[in-house]
Design a protein around this ligand. Structure first.
Ligand code: ZN
Length: 183
């Protein structure tokens, strides 16, 4: 089922997600719905807060973004990205690489707003999976960026918090309008 995407201004986007302690039927349905919602909106990632649920659960699928390549490693070995997409990450924890890079980013909770956001070029991510297993992987490219963006969401952090002041000022009017319509 496609769920309604929460827009900037809704306080749930600023709420730190609770840890997922058990993979209940409800969590499985939420994850499935989030993938459908992300695909329907042509997004590459979605956090539970964006469908109104403050939980440590995010979905990512960068496999269709062929113009923005990603690389992924599991256990230090390169892996075929498509075998891991879409990703459903429960309670993800990340370690950021030191090297930083700028890249264009948007967010489904901020329609028609794109900005250059600095992120780590490489990340390591450890997360639980729906089947009870764990995934420990490293990523670069768009996947690294998406993981950082989604983990930020799970902690109530939004991409506008990472924009430079000029970019944020350019969006001031749009942000105000979004906030108003959320009330
Ligand atoms: Zn977002």
């Amino acid at each position: 089922m496609i769920r309604k995407i929460v827009m900037f201004g809704d306080p749930v986007l600023r709420t730190v997600g609770a840890k997922v302690n058990a993979v209940s039927e409800e969590v499985k349905i939420l994850a499935r719905d989030m993938i459908e919602t992300m695909n329907d909106a042509d997004g590459v990632g979605l956090a539970a807060q964006q469908v109104g649920v403050a939980l440590q659960l995010a979905v990512i699928d960068v496999s269709s973004a062929e113009d923005r390549p990603s690389e992924m490693w599991v256990g230090g070995q390169p892996v075929e990205l498509k075998g891991y997409m879409p990703m459903i990450l429960l309670n993800p924890v990340i370690e950021l690489g030191k090297e930083r890079e700028l890249g264009t980013e948007g967010c489904l909770s901020f329609p028609k707003m794109n900005a250059e956001i600095p992120r780590s070029a490489k990340v390591r991510c450890r997360a639980q999976l729906l089947d009870g297993g764990e995934l420990d992987f490293e990523a670069t490219g768009l996947l690294a960026r998406a993981v950082q963006h989604e983990v930020d969401h799970l902690n109530g952090v939004l991409f506008i918090d990472r924009m430079n002041s000029a970019a944020k000022a350019a969006f001031a009017g749009k942000l105000k309008r979004l906030q108003k319509s959320a009330r």
